[in-house]
Design a protein around this ligand. Structure first.
Ligand code: AKG
Ligand code: FE2
Length: 279
C-alpha cells in the first residue's frame, strides 16, 4: 500500500492509518423523513417522533429494564424520587436497537463528525411525587461559549405515555438558538406529551428537563446521549462494558462506545485502532 502523503493540515483529518477508518452504514430510513426531522430540529430545537416503536416493543423493553431500576438519585438533578440505570449496555441487550435507531442515527450523521460517540445511555424512572428537574441544556458542561452548534444530542424514548401530570419532559422551543442566557418566567415551557413508544430528539444546546410526577404511577423512559467524536463521553463506556460483551455488539454500537477513532489519532490504543483489542 502506498503511504498517504501528509503535507497539509487537511491531510491530517484523513484516515492516514487506513485500517478501520469510518464505518459506513446504509440507514434504513426514508430520506424525506430525515430531511423533515432535520428541518424541524433546526427550527424548533427538537423533533417529536410519535409511535416510533410498537406497544409490544415497549412492553419488551420495559420488562427488561424494570428489574434493573434500584437506587434513587443522589441529588435533585438526578431526582431523589427518580431511579436511573447507568452502564445500561453492560446489563441488558434489550435496548441496543434503540441506541442505534436508524431515524435517530440519520440525524446524528448530519449533526456530528463521523464516528460520533454515545455519551450515556440511561433508563430513567420518575416515581410518584417527584418534582420537576432543573431545566438545562445537556452539553452545558463542555466549556465552549454559546451560541454555537450542539456538541451533544439526546433521544428520549417514552416507555409510558408521557402526560402533563406524570412528568413528560419539559421543553423550551427555540432555546437551542440562545447565547449565554438562562430561562426567565417569560419563556414558554411546553411538555412533550406523547404516547408510549414515541421519542423526542434534540441537540445539546436545547433547554429541557424532566417534569414533575403528580400521579400515583411511575413514568419510564430510555435516553441516549451522543457527542462529537473529539469530546470526552460522560459515561466511561470503554471501562463500563466488559470486552466479552463488546465483542457481541453490533459494530455500530462498538463504534459508538468508543471502539472507533477520529482519524488520525483520537481514540487510539498503543498506536493501534481500539477494535484490535477485541481480536
Ligand atoms: O427524564 C426526562 O424527561 C429528562 C431527563 C434529562 O433531561 C436529564 O437527565 O438530562
Ligand atoms: Fe437533560
Amino acid at each position: 500500500m502506498t503511504k498517504p502523503k501528509v503535507d497539509s493540515i487537511d491531510d491530517l483529518k484523513k484516515d492516514i492509518a487506513g485500517t478501520k477508518g469510518f464505518l459506513k452504514v446504509e440507514r434504513d430510513v426514508d430520506p424525506d423523513l430525515v430531511e423533515a426531522d432535520w428541518q424541524c430540529l433546526q427550527e424548533h430545537g427538537y423533533v417529536m417522533m410519535k409511535n416510533l416503536i410498537t406497544d409490544a416493543e415497549v412492553d419488551a423493553v420495559k420488562a427488561a429494564l424494570t428489574p434493573l431500576f434500584d437506587k434513587l438519585g443522589r441529588n435533585e438533578f438526578e431526582g431523589v424520587r427518580t431511579q436511573r440505570i447507568y452502564s445500561t449496555l453492560a446489563k441488558t441487550r434489550a435496548v441496543d436497537w434503540l441506541a442505534t435507531h436508524p431515524r435517530i442515527l440519520a440525524l446524528l450523521d448530519k449533526m456530528f463528525m463521523p464516528n460520533y460517540l454515545l455519551s450515556q445511555l440511561l433508563g430513567i424512572n420518575i416515581l410518584p411525587g417527584e418534582s420537576a428537574q432543573y431545566i438545562h441544556p445537556d452539553d452545558g458542561f463542555y466549556p465552549v461559549p454559546r451560541p454555537r452548534a450542539p456538541l451533544g444530542a439526546a433521544s428520549i424514548f417514552a416507555l409510558d405515555d408521557f402526560t402533563q401530570e406524570n412528568g413528560a419532559t419539559q421543553l423550551i422551543p427555540k432555546s437551542h438558538l440562545w447565547g449565554e442566557r438562562k430561562p426567565t418566567k417569560d419563556d414558554k415551557v411546553i411538555s412533550a406529551i406523547m404516547p408510549k413508544g414515541s421519542a423526542i430528539f434534540y441537540g445539546g444546546t436545547f433547554w429541557h428537563g424532566g417534569g414533575a410526577n403528580t400521579t400515583d404511577k411511575p413514568r419510564m423512559a430510555l435516553t441516549a446521549q451522543y457527542c462529537e467524536p473529539w469530546l470526552r463521553q460522560q459515561e466511561n463506556l470503554m471501562m463500563a462494558i466488559p470486552k466479552d460483551i463488546v465483542r457481541e455488539l453490533d459494530p455500530q454500537l462498538q463504534s459508538l462506545i468508543g471502539y472507533s477513532i477520529l482519524p488520525p489519532y483520537i481514540g487510539m490504543v498503543n498506536a493501534v485502532h481500539p477494535l484490535r483489542l477485541l481480536e
